[in-house]
Write a protein that binds this ligand. Structure first.
Ligand code: NAD
Ligand code: TDX
Length: 343
């Protein structure tokens, strides 16, 4: 029997990717009064397999399309969408170093098209999913707050910053109800195996070495994807229009620490670790001060990192066909070219 009693409609862009698909799973499971429309043009990072169990759900509809396509966006938004959550993006720093045309097209122009559509159809909230990378890089001390000046260092983070500034300007100029969230590094199920944790797990499962950039001492602040998704729901329900909320796991780790934890979980030794040429312009340290969302909205991350990492590794062990289908030659060629790594 259909439970189609939902009265509110949410547009999730980029919902076939890593965080968007986790967000849709969570929403269908826990937010019974919301219908979800997912708009995704299925780039290399978008995978309908991530939404397999959702496709027949009575409160879900998938639309293949581009956030930069005005007629498509307008048509969807005019179907009664109340809230837009914009996850759609080109999201990988290394790819942006190789060439950033798609990053500008999707992350900047696509956001502009969505903003115009959302403004025209008078949505109640436009939520822009941004990143801690817009703040640039930290030295050994301090954390990013919402007041930290924007100083992006990679073409990816520059494109995300441009989008943030557009979103901010639409609030200031048109009083559009917008919110920006800036989250730290996510890990969990369905992450494309070009990012640190799934790349290393899938390499180790295939008995391949793991390429650590530079000295391996760059620091990231890791958060489980479900903690991020719950933070996004907290912001939808309680956030103030015009505000920025940082989201973080309060969990700083060097890449070397992460690598050693994965080696331990998978029972491999350090001979599997290979130091390779550093990423050009590699940001040294990210760390989020999430006290605003914690004190004002009452959100806190729940997942213990070691437990979350073990669960994530187990997910990749249980879903080998998912990642083996993805690990084709196309993106590996870039790694060979850029870092001289032979897979
Ligand atoms: P992802 O690369 O896994 O997924 C991106 C999704 O967007 C894919 O499904 C892709 O097909 C879709 N997409 C790309 N271009 C599109 C377009 N023009 N039209 C429609 N769909 C398009 O990314 P992710 O890791 O899930 O990140 C989601 C969002 O969260 C991004 O905006 C990213 O900047 C942000 N973010 C990610 C992290 C992280 O650690 N992964 C951390 C902070 C913020
Ligand atoms: O093979 C690798 N070896 C390595 O040492 C890869 C892929 C990464 N690294 C390092 C680079 C970074 O210091 O690991 C760290 C994490 O790298 P990524 O997984 O590529 O993430 P990062 O560059 O930190 O960006 C991520 O977090 C912020 C997401 O990809 C972004 O979308 C998000 O905005």
């Amino acid at each position: 029997m259909s439970n189609k009693t939902a009265s509110k409609k949410l547009l999730v862009t980029g919902g076939a990717g890593f965080i968007g698909s986790n967000f849709i799973h969570l929403t269908l499971a826990e937010e019974a009064d919301w219908e979800v429309v997912c708009l995704d043009n299925l780039t290399y990072a978008g995978n309908l397999a991530n939404l397999q169990e959702c496709l027949d759900h009575p409160r879900f509809r998938f639309v293949k399309g581009d956030i930069g396509d005005p007629p498509k966006v307008q048509e969807i938004l005019k179907g009664g969408i109340k809230v837009v959550v914009n996850f759609a993006a080109e999201s990988h720093v290394d790819r942006s170093i190789l060439g950033c045309q798609e990053f500008i097209r999707t992350n900047v122009q696509g956001t502009q098209v969505l903003l115009d559509g959302a403004r025209e159809s008078q949505v109640e909230l436009f939520l822009q999913i941004s990143t801690d990378e817009v703040y640039g890089s930290l030295g050994p001390e301090g954390k990013f707050t919402e007041q930290t000046p924007l100083a992006p260092n990679s073409p990816y983070s520059a494109s995300k910053t441009a989008a943030d500034l557009l979103v901010r300007a639409y609030h200031h100029t048109y009083q559009m109800p917008v919110i920006i969230t800036r989250c730290s590094n996510n890990y969990g199920p369905y992450q494309f195996p070009e990012k640190l944790i799934p790349l290393f797990v899938t390499n180790l499962l295939a008995d391949k070495k793991v390429p650590v950039y530079g000295d391996g001492l760059n620091v990231r602040d890791w958060i489980h994807v479900i903690d991020h998704c719950r933070a996004v729901w907290t912001v939808i329900e309680k956030g103030q229009a015009g505000q920025v909320y940082n989201i973080g796991g309060n969990n700083e780790r060097t890449n070397l620490e992460i690598t050693k934890m994965l080696l331990e979980i998978l029972g491999k030794d350090e001979s599997m670790l290979e130091y390779v040429t550093d990423r050009p312009g590699h940001d040294r340290r990210y760390a989020i001060d999430a006290s605003k969302i914690e004190t004002e909205l009452g959100w806190r991350p729940q997942m213990d990192f070691m437990e979350g990492l073990r669960q994530t590794v187990q997910w990749y062990i249980n879903n080998q066909s998912w990642w083996q289908a993805i690990k084709t030659g196309a993106y590996l060629k870039y790694y060979e070219q850029q870092y001289g790594i032979k897979f």
